[in-house]
Design a protein around this ligand. Structure first.
Ligand code: GLN
Length: 213
């Protein structure tokens, strides 16, 4: 049976993630509202084999997730071991701490599934969007990384594996990380033709699906 991936479709690049998931041979379902336990067709987010939180604007996505009652269901899935992947604003949503470009803490809704601190708009305004070739552990030596007002990780817990790093004016900071079932990238693989990063995530989902009762 093919994998079924829930893509949070509040705002941002969710269509591109869905297209990428489908290109990789899995099925993508757009999620716009909290599952209704009374609706037999949609028994809950736990029916999925993985979840994706796209890039966009983390404050907007966060506010909409709160409004739609999706924070606890997503958190529950992540804590129960379901693979969750966040790109860009999705990375910010996954982190336990968020800071502004100046390093000052920001109080905005988050899922806290990743023991790390995200710096929003880390590259500043002058170079807010760019593409760079990037070696990514477990994925490939030459991935095209598209950064759009991207965050970087400025603190990470012990269990957080760094998959890729970016050079921020001489300071090297994590740009892609994994903590068990949680995967995050500061860049947007869904905006390229390269399916390798999504295939890596789907391999995590396959392992998870295989272990489901
Ligand atoms: N700068 C955005 C934020 O802080 C993220 C940008 C993106 O997802 N492309 O939420």
């Amino acid at each position: 049976m093919s994998l079924e991936i829930g893509v949070i479709a509040m705002q941002g690049a969710f269509r591109e993630h869905c297209a990428m998931v489908e290109r990789c041979g899995a099925h993508a379902v757009e999620i716009r509202q909290a599952p209704d336990p009374a609706d037999a067709r949609f028994a809950g987010l736990d029916r999925f084999d993985g979840l994706i939180i796209p890039g966009g604007e983390s404050t907007v996505i966060g506010r909409l997730l709160v409004m739609c009652g999706l924070v606890d269901p997503i958190r529950g899935c992540g804590r129960a071991g379901m693979p969750v992947y966040g790109s860009c604003a999705g990375l910010i949503m996954l982190c336990s701490e968020i800071e502004g470009p100046d390093g000052m803490p920001l109080d905005q809704p988050r899922l806290g599934l990743l023991d790390a601190r995200a710096r929003r708009n880390a590259f500043g305004r002058q170079i807010d969007s760019f593409t760079a070739p990037l070696p990514i552990r477990h994925v490939g030596p030459d991935i095209e990384a598209v950064y759009i007002r991207a965050p970087l990780i400025t603190r990470r817990g012990e269990g957080v594996e760094v998959l890729a790093e970016a050079d921020l004016a001489g300071t090297v900071l994590p740009a892609a990380v994994r903590q068990g079932n949680i995967l995050a990238s500061a860049f947007h693989p869904e905006l390229t033709e390269d399916t390798r990063f999504h295939r890596y995530f789907l391999s995590m989902c396959e392992d998870y699906a295989a272990g489901k009762p």
